[in-house]
Design a binder for this molecule. Structure first.
Ligand code: ADP
Ligand code: MG
Ligand code: MG
Length: 279
């Protein structure tokens, strides 16, 4: 960080699969930024698309990209610093969210994802860990910001083929598909549905048994079978409204052609109550 001569290190913020993230202060203007360090030796198409795609986006519900610079060992992405941690930690600390709180975050998620899609970018790694929170004075709850465009895919390039993302959030058509292609944007809608489920119930709708580092093929197949048969539990001890369950069901439709569109998500009765203020 010093080597760049531009930022001083403040603290560590997190670690992901491909690098680490630190809070830095820009020497020139004292502004704080979250800096994602990606090892230069590992530079591959994902690093390239992370930078290209993230840098095209500007929206209140997307972590703002600031600049990219190099150190001897790393490619560094400087971006807006989210002060409230991840939605994952937030949900974990609450066990699960009340419907009104889930709605507050979900609306912002969908508005942010819809913006990315309209700019031609599918995130392909939508999950609680990749949605960060920004505390804002005067608001009872933090704002949501989508981050991590490491697996993102721009429309203009060929159709999506890679099985990227995170297993528990992966749409069935990403796991298996006939012609090796899927629409990353439609797969994002499934992942948003998984997020809604986790916010409601504090657990995943579809899982492989925990334990081994690599799930067995048979375990993945049985998870896929549940996805295709729409077999997920709606634990009776957690009360979720009928419109809430209806929206979940439409987002977790296994056939990408039948799955609800974001346009219709935004018109759904569960969604349209109490829209959040514009960020
Ligand atoms: P990876 O691609 O390795 O998953 P992420 O971009 O998701 O990396 O960042 C890893 C973690 O670092 C996030 O889950 C979050 O906890 C933290 N983090 C990332 N970006 C920021 C940010 N802009 N502000 C605050 N924390 C961040
Ligand atoms: Mg991540
Ligand atoms: Mg990533």
């Amino acid at each position: 960080l010093k080597e760049s001569g531009r930022y001083e290190r403040v603290q560590s913020l997190g670690k992901g699969a491909f690098g680490f993230v630190q809070l830095g202060r820009k020497l020139q203007n004292n502004e704080l930024a979250a800096i994602k360090f990606l090892k230069r030796g590992d530079v591959n198409k994902y690093v390239e698309s992370e930078i290209l795609n993230h840098s095209m986006l500007r929206h209140p519900h997307v972590i703002q990209f600031k600049e990219v610079f190099l150190t001897a060992d790393y490619i560094c992405i400087a971006m807006e610093y989210a002060t409230g941690g991840s939605l994952f930690s937030y949900v974990q600390s609450q066990a699960r969210l009340k419907e009104a709180v889930a709605r507050w975050f979900f609306q912002q998620l969908v508005i942010g994802v819809d913006y990315c899609h309209k700019r031609g970018v599918a995130n392909r790694d939508i999950k609680l860990e990749n949605t960060l929170l920004q505390k804002v004075d005067g608001l009872p709850l933090p704002l949501l910001k989508i981050c991590d465009f490491g697996y993102s895919k721009a429309d203009m390039r060929s159709a999506a083929k890679s099985k990227v993302g995170t297993l528990t959030y992966m749409a069935p058509e990403v796991l298996v598909n006939r012609d090796g292609k899927y629409d990353g944007k439609v797969a994002d809608i499934w992942s948003c549905g998984v997020m809604l489920y986790v916010m409601f119930y504090g657990r995943y709708p579809f899982e492989v048994p925990a334990g081994a580092a690599m799930p067995k093929a048979t375990e993945i197949l049985s998870m896929l079978d549940n996805m295709v048969r729409q077999k997920y539990e709606l634990p009776a001890k957690v009360e979720v409204s009928e419109p809430g369950k209806d929206l979940l069901k439409k987002m977790l439709l296994p056939d990408p052609k039948e799955r609800i569109t974001l346009e219709d998500v935004m018109k759904h009765p569960w969604f349209t109550t109490n829209l959040p203020p514009e960020a």
